[in-house]
Write a protein that binds this ligand. Structure first.
Ligand code: PMT
Length: 399
C-alpha cells in the first residue's frame, strides 16, 4: 500500500480523476487529493473528500490538521505524486518551480516521484512552449503518461485527451515498483573531471561538467538505492539524499573509491579521470619570464580497472568517451577492465558527451549484446543505465 497524492488541475477531464482515485484505492492505496482553484470550478472538493475519505486541500494555507504544516507533511508522507489531469498552465508552473498554490508547493517540497497525465486541447499540447516544458520536466526525472488521440470537449480532434484510467493506474503501479527495486542496494558513482595541479594557480583538467554522473546518482536514488557520489570539481548541486564525497585529483578519487568499493553493490564510473598528472606540482607560480617550460607527465592509476579485478558479485559499469572507432575501443575497454557493461559516447558528436544536457549512448554488455539508445536527456540515459543494472542485479539476488 502506498500513499498517493493525486493532484487535480482545471481541465474538463477533472471528473476522470474520480475514476483514477477509486481505482487506486481499489488496488489498496491511500489517496489524498490536492486541487488547483480552477479544478474546484469543475468538480467539488467534497466529491473527492467523500470518495477518498480524506480532506482535500487547495490553498497553501489550508490546515486540515490543526498545527500541522500541510504542504510539508503531505510532501513527506507521499510515496508518489500523480497529477491527473494536468493542464498546460499547471505544467508551466511546475517547470518554473512556482509555488503559488498547494499543488505546486507540494511538487517542490516532495522527494517522491512525480507522474503527470496531461489533458488539454491538441494545439495547446503540441505548442512549442508546452513541449519545451515537458522536456524540461522529463530531464528532471518527472514522468509523463502521454495523452491519447480523440475528439475534445471543444470539438477539436487530435492528441490531448487524458490517458485511459487503466493506463494511468498501471503507470502508477510500475513507478511504485521501480521506486523500490534498488532498496538496500548501495551504488557508488564517480562523476565530473579531475584537476591535476601544475603549480598553485594552474592545473590539467577536462571538459566534464559532472552532468552525466549526477544524473546517474539521481536515477539510482529514484530507484530507492543508497548512493555515494564521488565527485570531481563541478558547478552542480548534488542530488538530495546522496552521500557526497568531493575530490579534486585522480589520486584523491582513487583513494575515495578504494575506501568505499568493498561496501558497495554497484560501481558506476562516469568520471572523466585525467589519465596523466604532472610528475610534481610546483610550490610557487611558474613565471613567464622563466622561458620555455616542459612539464613531465606521469600516468594516473586506472581507478575502474583497479577495483573491477576484485568485483566479486558486484555490478561494475564503465563509460567510454571516444572520438573514433567508438564501439571497437569501448569493447576493448569492457573486456580489459572486466566490466559488466560499458556506456559509450562519441564526444565529438553534437548533443553528446561533455557539458551538454543530452547524450547518445550505446550500451555494450559483457555477453556481447549491443543496445543503441537515441539521443536523449542525460537523466533519461541515466534511467536506462540504472534499469540495465537492475536487470543484472535481479538474477544475482535470486529474485
Ligand atoms: O560530465 P559530463 O559533462 O556530463 O560528460 C559526461 C562524460 C562524457 C564525462 C561521460 O559520459 C563519460 O564518458 N565518462 C567517462 C569519461 C572517460 O574518462 O572515459 P575513458 O574512455 O577515458 O575511460 C573509460 C572508463 O575508465 C571510464 O569509466 C572512466 O571513469 C574510467 N577511468 C579512466 C581513467 C582512469 N584513470 N580511471 C578510470 O576509472
Amino acid at each position: 500500500m502506498a500513499n498517493i497524492l493525486l493532484g487535480v488541475s482545471g481541465s474538463i477531464a477533472a471528473y476522470r480523476a474520480c475514476d483514477v482515485a477509486r481505482e487506486l484505492m481499489r488496488q489498496g492505496h491511500r489517496v489524498q487529493v490536492v486541487m488547483t482553484r480552477a479544478a474546484t470550478r469543475l468538480i467539488s472538493p467534497d466529491t473527492f473528500a467523500a470518495l477518498t475519505g480524506n480532506p482535500v486541500t487547495v490553498d497553501v494555507f489550508d490546515e486540515p490538521v490543526a498545527g500541522e504544516i500541510a504542504h510539508i507533511k503531505l510532501a513527506q508522507v507521499s510515496d508518489l505524486v500523480l497529477i491527473a489531469p494536468a493542464t498546460a498552465h499547471t505544467i508551466a508552473r511546475l517547470t518554473l518551480g512556482l509555488a503559488d498554490d498547494m499543488l505546486t508547493t507540494l511538487a517542490l517540497a516532495t522527494r517522491a516521484p512525480i507522474l503527470i497525465a496531461p489533458a488539454m486541447n491538441p494545439t495547446m499540447w503540441s505548442h512549442p512552449a508546452t513541449q519545451a516544458h515537458v522536456q524540461t520536466l522529463r530531464a528532471r526525472g518527472v514522468e509523463f503518461i502521454d495523452p491519447t488521440y480523440g475528439v475534445m470537449a471543444c470539438g477539436d480532434e487530435g492528441w490531448g485527451k487524458i490517458a485511459d484510467t487503466p493506463v494511468i493506474v498501471q503507470a502508477v503501479q510500475q513507478r511504485l515498483c521501480r521506486a523500490h527495486d534498488l532498496q538496500g542496494v548501495h551504488v557508488l558513482i564517480t562523476a565530473g573531471p579531475t584537476y591535476e595541479p601544475i603549480d598553485p594557480v594552474r592545473f590539467i583538467g577536462n571538459r566534464s561538467s559532472g552532468k552525466m554522473g549526477y544524473a546517474l546518482a539521481e536515477a539510482a536514488l529514484a530507484h530507492g538505492a543508497r548512493v555515494t557520489l564521488i565527485t570531481g570539481p563541478t558547478a552542480l548541486t548534488p542530488p538530495a539524499g546522496a552521500e557526497v564525497v568531493p575530490v579534486r585529483t585522480a589520486l584523491q578519487m582513487y583513494e575515495a573509491v578504494q575506501e568505499r568499493f568493498d561496501a558497495c553493490d554497484v560501481f558506476i564510473a562516469a568520471a572523466a579521470v585525467a589519465d596523466y598528472r604532472p610528475e610534481r606540482a610546483l610550490r610557487r607560480k611558474h613565471k613567464r619570464t622563466e622561458g620555455d617550460w616542459t612539464i613531465r607527465l606521469v600516468p594516473n592509476p586506472d581507478i575502474l580497472a583497479s577495483v573491477a579485478t576484485r568485483k566479486g558479485q558486484r555490478i561494475v559499469v564503465g563509460f567510454a568517451a571516444e572520438t573514433d572507432k567508438a564501439l571497437q575501443h569501448a569493447a576493448q575497454k569492457l573486456k580489459r577492465k572486466n566490466l559488466d557493461l560499458i556506456a559509450v559516447n562519441d564526444v565529438l558528436e553534437a548533443g553528446s558527451g561533455f557539458e551538454v544536457d543530452t547524450n547518445r549512448l550505446t550500451l555494450l554488455y559483457a555477453d556481447g549484446r549491443v543496445e543503441e539508445l537515441p539521443q536523449m536527456s542525460k537523466r533519461a540515459c541515466a534511467e536506462r543505465v540504472i534499469e540495465a543494472v537492475v536487470e543484472r542485479l535481479t538474477p544475482a539476488r535470486g529474485e
